[in-house]
Design a protein around this ligand. Structure first.
Ligand SMILES: Cc1ncc(COP(=O)(O)O)c(C=O)c1O
Length: 482
């Protein structure tokens, strides 16, 4: 029995629109397709790979859907935009993840960025265990906060003082209030496709999960909450100038991802960041780099160090928590001293600065600060992106992509992609969905959305990269044969 690739892919992807109630049907179609794909691969290509099956994941996820909205604790994890159900993880180590069916993956999601030194690093785990013996939360000052604060202040050019909180969303909520308090202005400029967490005022053209789900804005966000949020186009200084002219002396802040990771991966043009720096200064607005994703990832000092442009305020998260919940915002002393209790701008948190997260962050940064780490991360990221794009071109696919330190991405379009409009107008999302599933079934775990970046870790090896490229070659060949 031999199925054509097209028939297999049609069967495979006709299953993705099934809802939770039909999961067994979906599951059986997929496992039939998996078998067929394995046969097809063995017969038609030399680079055959074992194609995974996901019976236990399917079972657990079916139950999860009855217990939690969409079966997940954060939307993108549900794989809605790529089709099929997510795999359920059992454990992670280094560059790898294992699901509950025992399938092993080369992981390029890295728990969405924090796992830059590799998952479950022994030194980090040992330190967390040692701290845990003293308790899990103090709700009182602890010396570990000073230690992590000193590391952050030493590394990030814009940061003289820092406030720790529990997530990137919280950091951005504190940051926007601080910008408004400092300038005594209300309006802010953000950029289409940039994500700054799920606070009401940022859920405008917000990229990431919001774009993935086709929800440019979310119901439940009062109009009044977003009325002061003005959207400009990324890499387009003119669009910023226009807003500044139309809202003279009213803009509190210009807020952006200095490298976009929430519309897929987009680098700023050389003149864009410096242009924003100049415009913010000229207009009395605070320039904010949201480095929740890029901080300590594109270089040790973040995107501001990588590109040599210093904002007034920086938000952080992910890497500085070493895999535990953390967020932070920091900036010039004169601005940060407005934050309570030093100043009147209120922001607080029961678990903020908790000893476990501080410990994981400290140990992670110690490892990450070794010389040459980020150069190596970029070399590996570039090797991966070049290899995958070359495989795509070989099989006749339009593809483009890029890297910055340990962050990377590619689109199924010719490119270049300068902003969210380019990404959403040109990239082939259907192809991305198929690509994602076929890579997953062969042991490569990629972000389940075209609108997310990829993350390299210190534990990925050249062998992992070459294996990923070989699998990509096979998958892109299958897609070309459709
Ligand atoms: C740039 C940026 N800002 C803010 C956030 C929100 O962070 P968190 O998910 O920790 O709330 C994210 C999350 O991915 C992000 O990428």
């Amino acid at each position: 029995m031999k199925f054509t690739t097209t028939a297999i892919l049609t069967a495979l992807y006709s299953s993705v629109s099934y809802t939770s109630t039909a999961w067994t049907t979906t599951s059986s179609i997929r496992s039939m397709s998996n078998t067929n794909l394995r046969m097809s691969t063995t017969e038609e290509t030399t680079a055959s790979s074992n194609v995974y099956t996901f019976a236990k994941s399917e079972e657990i996820f079916a139950e999860a859907q009855t217990l939690m909205p969409g079966g997940v604790s954060s939307p993108v994890r549900a794989f809605k935009s790529v089709g099929g159900n997510p795999v359920v993880f059992d454990r992670v180590k280094g560059a790898y993840a294992w699901d509950v069916d025992g399938n092993q993956y080369i992981d390029y999601v890295g728990t969405w960025g924090p796992a830059i030194i590799g998952h479950a690093d022994d030194a980090v785990l040992d330190s967390i265990k040692a701290t845990m013996d003293k308790g899990t939360s103090f709700g009182a000052p602890c010396a570990l906060e000073n230690e992590l604060a000193k590391m952050v202040i030493a590394a990030v050019p814009s940061v003289d003082m820092v406030r720790f909180c529990n997530s990137g969303t919280e950091a951005c909520m504190g940051m926007i209030r601080l910008c408004r308090a400092y300038t005594n202005r209300e309006k802010v400029i953000k950029f289409e496709g940039c994500y700054h967490g799920h606070a009401d005022s940022f859920l405008v053209q917000a990229g990431s999960g919001v774009a993935t789900l086709g929800l440019p804005d979310s119901p439940g966000v009062p109009k009044s909450a977003t009325a002061a949020t003005l959207c400009a186009e990324y890499n387009n200084l003119e669009s910023v100038k226009t807003i500044l002219e139309e809202n003279k002396d009213e803009i509190a802040a210009i807020i952006l991802e200095p490298v976009v990771g929430n519309s897929g991966f987009i680098r700023p043009t050389p003149e864009f960041l410096q242009g924003l720096r100049d415009l913010a200064t000229e207009n009395g607005a605070v320039l904010v780099f949201d480095e929740v994703m890029t901080g300590f990832r594109v270089s040790y000092g973040g995107a501001q160090e990588y590109f040599g442009v210093t904002p007034d305020i920086t938000t952080m998260g992910k890497v500085i928590g070493g895999g535990l919940p953390v967020g932070a915002y920091g900036g010039k002393k004169e601005i940060m001293e407005l934050v309570a209790p030093a100043g009147p701008m209120y922001q607080a948190g029961t678990l903020s600065g908790n000893p476990l997260a501080m410990t994981a962050g400290i140990e992670t940064l110690k490892r990450l600060s070794a010389p040459g780490v980020h150069k190596e991360l970029e070399r590996m990221s570039q090797m991966l992106v070049d290899g995958v794009i070359a495989a795509g071109k070989k099989h006749g696919h339009a593809m483009c992509g890029g890297t910055a330190g340990g962050m990377f991405g590619w689109y199924f379009c010719e490119g270049p992609v300068y902003n969210f409009a380019d990404a959403s107008a040109n990239s082939d999302l259907e192809k991305f969905g198929k690509w994602h599933r076929l890579m997953l079934e062969r042991g490569v775990y990629l972000a389940p959305s075209q609108y997310e970046a990829g993350f390299m870790s210190m534990t990925h090896t050249e062998e992992d990269i070459q294996k990923t490229i070989a699998i990509a070659d096979e998958v892109l060949g299958l897609l070309a044969a459709e």
